[in-house]
Design a protein around this ligand. Structure first.
Ligand SMILES: Cc1cc2nc3c(=O)[nH]c(=O)nc-3n(C[C@H](O)[C@H](O)[C@H](O)COP(=O)(O)O)c2cc1C
Length: 412
């Protein structure tokens, strides 16, 4: 009987990996250090391409965001943002620089992937997405996982890239219905995904469900997707994501339900290497179940799980689209609309947040439903704060623990 996750391997592109995937966490939460730590241990780990121009400015001292702000200064105070465009050469340079840097430091033991959110429409979804995807391939990324959206044309946007057939390409879905639509489009360009991440309703970030999210169960969706693939005679590895907290949970998905691997994220938000500021990690660690909610504050239109105390929820800052503007779609963003309307009539409802600014500043505390269990994985220090585990501690707990055990991380 195989009892721990380390008894399994996941094969992708002819190479075998630990069946543990670190999910993409934007903006710059699953950062270079966290991803490289997991990759070194033989796992698969996602960078995120959210707000990469800003991430590049902070990491490499470039000034893409300042240049963009200067260019669109005249739109500050104007609710119509339709003329605001991203400089595609800058998007390409920022993506390449960031990914080339990470890839130059990868050990080769594991796989570095990029999580690409379609909902970052960047006011010109096809052109910006095409640039982001192809720049990532050109920079040598191990693979790309398409997320947050249906991505029906994304394979086509990469079809002329020389790495289109050798990089690993996957997608995240929350139902076999969405997968069916995706696969039809993939068939049209003669390229099936190399893996499929099935994300259930307990995940962090945006959820691919409607208001009935709580009625769905990851186990059932994974089984349904596997049956769907079998009917179509497709042998594509399925990775289960959302609410997988222990090595034992992971084993149940791989051994009993037939997933090829699991994707996890919430456990790694408190890792030493993770870019979330340490005081926010302490807030995650102190969270109780009643502190978490799924709400509609994200202007993407998708439900999102977050801590109720996230500053983003109550904040009403001026939209910074001239600097960021990643959610704009034909000049519109529901937060921008709300903000300008409330300048005229403060009695109008407040129900959206400025996701670009707040995710960038780590003020929107998104998390999976298991955030309230993080305290089971570590110890309190004499000063009352929690010890922060290393990515290796968390990785090894997933890989080697059996049953419902958790290896508690302790200071050395
Ligand atoms: C802080 C945080 C940020 C996330 N950001 C993204 C993201 O930018 N794109 C995405 O596709 N998924 C995102 N997710 C979802 C994760 O990649 C992952 O699939 C999911 O959270 C796994 O469930 P778990 O957190 O219960 O382990 C995020 C999750 C967390 C906790």
């Amino acid at each position: 009987m195989q009892n721990c996750l380390n008894d399994f391997r996941m094969t992708l592109g002819g190479k075998s990996y630990a069946p543990l995937m670190l999910g993409g966490m934007g903006v710059n939460i699953s950062n270079d250090n966290l991803v490289l730590a997991v990759e070194k241990l033989g796992g698969m780990a996602h960078l995120s391409d959210a707000l990469l121009m800003d991430v590049s400015d902070r990491q490499f001292g470039t000034n893409y965001s300042a240049q963009k702000t200067r260019c669109y200064k005249s739109l500050i105070g104007n609710p119509d943002k339709s003329d605001m465009k991203f400089d595609l050469a800058h998007v390409e340079q920022a993506t390449k620089r960031y990914i080339e840097d990470v890839m130059s430091r990868a050990s080769g033991n594991g796989l570095v992937l990029l999580n690409c959110m379609e909902k970052l429409t960047m006011n010109d979804s096809l052109a910006t997405l095409k640039t982001r995807l192809n720049a990532a391939l050109d920079a040598g990324i191990g693979g790309i996982t398409l997320s947050a959206g249906l991505h029906l044309s994304s394979f086509k946007l990469m079809a002329d890239n020389k790495r289109f057939h050798d990089a690993m390409l996957g997608t995240i879905v929350s139902s076999s219905r969405a997968l069916n639509l995706f696969l039809r489009k993939a068939a049209a360009v003669g390229r099936m995904p190399d893996y499929i991440v099935v994300e259930g309703p307990l995940a962090g970030g945006h959820l691919g469900f409607g208001p009935d999210w709580a009625e769905h169960k990851l186990e059932n969706i994974v089984t349904d997707v596997k049956n769907f693939l079998a009917e179509k005679n497709l042998d594509i590895p399925v990775v289960a994501a959302g609410g997988i907290f222990t090595g034992g949970d992971a084993v149940r998905f791989v051994r009993d339900i037939g997933a090829a691997g699991v994707q996890v994220a919430t456990r790694f938000t408190i890792a030493k290497e993770c870019a979330i500021p340490d005081p926010v990690k302490q807030i995650y660690l102190n969270a109780n179940p009643e502190d978490v909610e799924v709400n509609m504050f994200s202007p993407t239109g998708y439900p999102m799980r977050m801590l109720k105390s996230s500053p983003a929820i109550t904040s009403e800052i001026r939209p910074a689209c001239e600097t960021y503007g990643y959610i704009l779609n034909h000049g519109e963003c529901s937060y921008v609309k709300e903000w300008y309307a409330r300048q005229g009539d403060a009695s109008l409802p407040h129900g959206k947040c400025c996701i670009c600014s707040h995710m960038r500043n780590y003020k929107l505390w998104t998390c999976g439903t298991t955030v309230s269990r993080l305290k089971e994985t570590t110890v309190r220090l004499p000063d009352g704060t929690w010890h922060l585990p290393s990515a290796e501690d968390i990785f090894n707990d997933y890989m080697f623990s059996t049953g419902d055990d958790v290896r508690v991380s302790k200071p050395e």
